[in-house]
Design a protein around this ligand. Structure first.
Ligand SMILES: *[C@@H]1O[C@H](CO)[C@@H](O)[C@H](O)[C@H]1NC(C)=O
Ligand SMILES: *[C@@H]1O[C@H](CO)[C@@H](O)[C@H](O)[C@H]1NC(C)=O
Ligand SMILES: *[C@@H]1O[C@H](CO)[C@@H](O)[C@H](O)[C@H]1NC(C)=O
Ligand SMILES: *[C@@H]1O[C@H](CO)[C@@H](O)[C@H](O)[C@H]1NC(C)=O
Length: 540
């Protein structure tokens, strides 16, 4: 019985979500579906639904009126801050939805009362039960528009003053202890992240240079292991919220090129020579600097690029300001080479997309921990310095550690690569030729705790995420002790990491259309945060 209810609820909610997200909303259908869901929600036992009901029903396209209107004048900065603080405190608990026919008791509020630890434990139990049908459909958090007066105040500021305002606001971020959409343990500081994210939504405007020809510019490539740069480009260029056509209003300038296409167009096979690529990028930056006043204003510090191809960093080196000043979101985030700058650059997650029409295929569905037969799994080509060492110590050495080169066909016929990941407690993610590896995000998608072996690798989005909460980092020199290290992790801690990993998933998804807090927004947020870090709050 419970199974059936659960199934129905999940299917219906997936439908609703799809309607909200994929199509323009058809209100009649939405209302009908909401009514059905509500009925199911009431009839079904309360633990049927994996997330609070209201979180499923609220899509970002439903406009929600703010519960508080800003009272008082904007002359006094104190009052702005005060009102904002109040408003954002209200967000989690307020019965947000005002569509009359679907009155939904805020389950989030109830969960809160029952205590955090309790809810975590319950969620964990629930998760491991529904594991097999847990296709990822993230709850879509509502966006509460800022009060009109605040919006007007922000618009009245110059781009720099707006950044200064944001910087000050974040320094006084209200403490967030529990949030229905953000899971505190996976963040370095959830209060700072949440405030910074909200301010990004309120303030950020990006200008995209129209210059540059396809296929190197303006042509997103959405498939394969370098897909991140393509998906980001696609969503940035299609975006309405964050783009501005007026460069004078912009806080950031995007260089809309693809490092992969640059290689395809200009690299001479087997030449081992990246010079033509670097010269191209140098000339491009110089062209922008000559044609527009914006580059010289900051020497490129408010410009950014997003490059996932391994060569991304090496193709910038013939232009000093491009190398040193530009904010670089790179998959190849190697702190030891002097190009990726840990104080300001962004480690871009490398995601493998096999089917661009269905970027979320196969996500989720790691099997129950007690039924996972494999302690640790790796299969892949022998690129770079770490993998041969891994195989030397662990290939065919231990029944619990399935360490292969390329996955042999006799094995993949019985159990695919993805099934291996879903059936393992840990997935080994050794660096390839470069520090980054698409395995890390695969492990997140397939619910296998990543074990990262790549000295000097700056972990993806580690400016906001606490990787120790959901991954294990093993130094290259400790490869011989790999099993010992993994076995020393207590089951309780492992289970916590696995729960955290599942809560992390939604931040690493390329949704067919961007949703709040998903990968597109996480990357943009880290770039925004890097830009904010350039701002100094003047003394006194
Ligand atoms: C602000 O609040 C005061 C009382 O607290 C009220 O009298 C006044 O009408 C409010 N102003 C606005 C613009 O809502
Ligand atoms: C529902 O709508 C009616 C009028 O349309 C209104 O009077 C009533 O207060 C609303 N109820 C709720 C709970 O919002
Ligand atoms: C997070 O940052 C806020 C604001 O800077 C600070 O007050 C709070 O103590 C920090 N929380 C943690 C857990 O570090
Ligand atoms: C920016 O600086 C470069 C080098 O100093 C110069 O060649 C270029 O003309 C300047 N651009 C503008 C728009 O003044």
């Amino acid at each position: 019985m419970i199974q059936i209810f659960r199934h129905i609820a999940v299917v219906i909610m997936r439908e609703i979500l799809r309607h909200c997200v994929w199509n323009r909303i058809d209100w009649r259908k939405l209302l009908l579906a909401s009514a059905i869901t509500t009925a199911v929600g009431i009839l079904g036992p309360s633990y049927v639904v994996p997330y609070p009901m209201n979180t499923w029903l609220l899509s970002s396209s439903i406009i929600v009126s703010s519960p508080i209107s800003l009272n008082g004048s904007l002359q006094s900065r104190e009052s702005v801050t005060q009102a904002k603080v109040e408003q954002f405190h209200l967000v989690p608990t307020a019965p947000i939805l005002s569509v009359n026919s679907t009155v939904i008791p805020s389950k989030a509020a109830r969960v809160k009362v029952s205590g955090k630890r309790n809810s975590v434990a319950r969620r964990r139990r629930k998760k491991s039960k529904v594991n097999n049908d847990a296709k990822v459909v993230p709850p879509v958090p509502p966006r509460i528009p800022a009060p009109r007066q605040l919006q007007r105040y922000i618009w009245s500021l110059s781009p720099n003053d707006a950044l200064l305002y944001a910087k000050k606001e974040i320094e006084h971020a209200p403490v967030v202890s529990d949030d229905p959409y953000l899971y505190a343990p996976i963040f370095r500081n959830i209060s700072v992240f949440k405030r910074s994210y909200e301010l990004m939504e309120l303030i950020l405007k990006v200008y995209i240079y129209p210059d540059g020809k396809r296929p190197i510019f303006h042509q997103p490539h959405l498939q394969g292991i370098y897909a991140s740069e393509g998906w980001f480009m696609k969503f940035m260029e299609e975006n309405r919220q964050f783009l501005t056509r007026d460069p004078e209003k912009a806080h950031l300038f995007y260089l809309p090129y693809s490092a992969r296409q640059l290689g395809m167009a200009l690299y001479v096979p087997n030449s081992h020579n990246l010079r033509p690529l670097s010269i191209f990028m140098r000339d491009y930056a110089n062209m922008l600097a000559a044609k527009y006043p914006f580059w010289n204003r900051t020497h490129g510090r408010d410009h950014f690029l997003v490059a996932c191809h391994d060569w991304g960093p090496y193709t910038l080196t013939m232009h000093t300001e491009l190398t040193k000043n530009t904010i670089k979101a790179l998959c190849n985030a190697d702190a030891s080479e002097g190009i990726f700058d840990t104080s300001k650059d962004v480690s871009l997650p490398e995601t493998t997309i096999k089917t661009p029409r269905r970027p979320l295929r196969n996500v989720g569905g790691g099997i129950r921990v007690s039924e996972r037969p494999i302690l640790a799994f790796f299969a892949g080509n022998m690129h770079g310095r770490v993998r041969p060492k891994l195989l030397e110590y662990w290939k065919n050495k231990d029944e619990d550690l399935r360490i292969y080169g390329p996955l042999p066909i006799r094995i993949s016929r019985k159990m695919s690569y993805v099934q291996h990941m879903k059936s393992s407690r840990y997935c080994i993610c050794p660096m390839g030729y470069e520090v980054n590896s698409p395995r890390i995000v695969e492990a997140i998608y397939y619910e296998c705790v990543p074990v990262i072996i790549a000295d000097n690798f700056v972990l993806p989005l580690s400016d906001v995420l606490d990787w120790s909460a959901f991954s294990v980092v093993v130094a290259e020199k400790d490869i011989p002790k790999l099993k010992e290290i993994l076995l020393a992790i207590p089951l309780r801690r492992y289970l916590t990491m696995l729960t955290n990993l599942k809560m992390l998933q939604k931040h690493f998804l390329w949704n067919p259309r961007p949703l709040r807090y998903d990968l597109f927004h996480m990357i943009l947020h880290s770039i925004w945060l890097s830009r904010l870090n350039q701002i100094q709050i003047p003394e006194s």
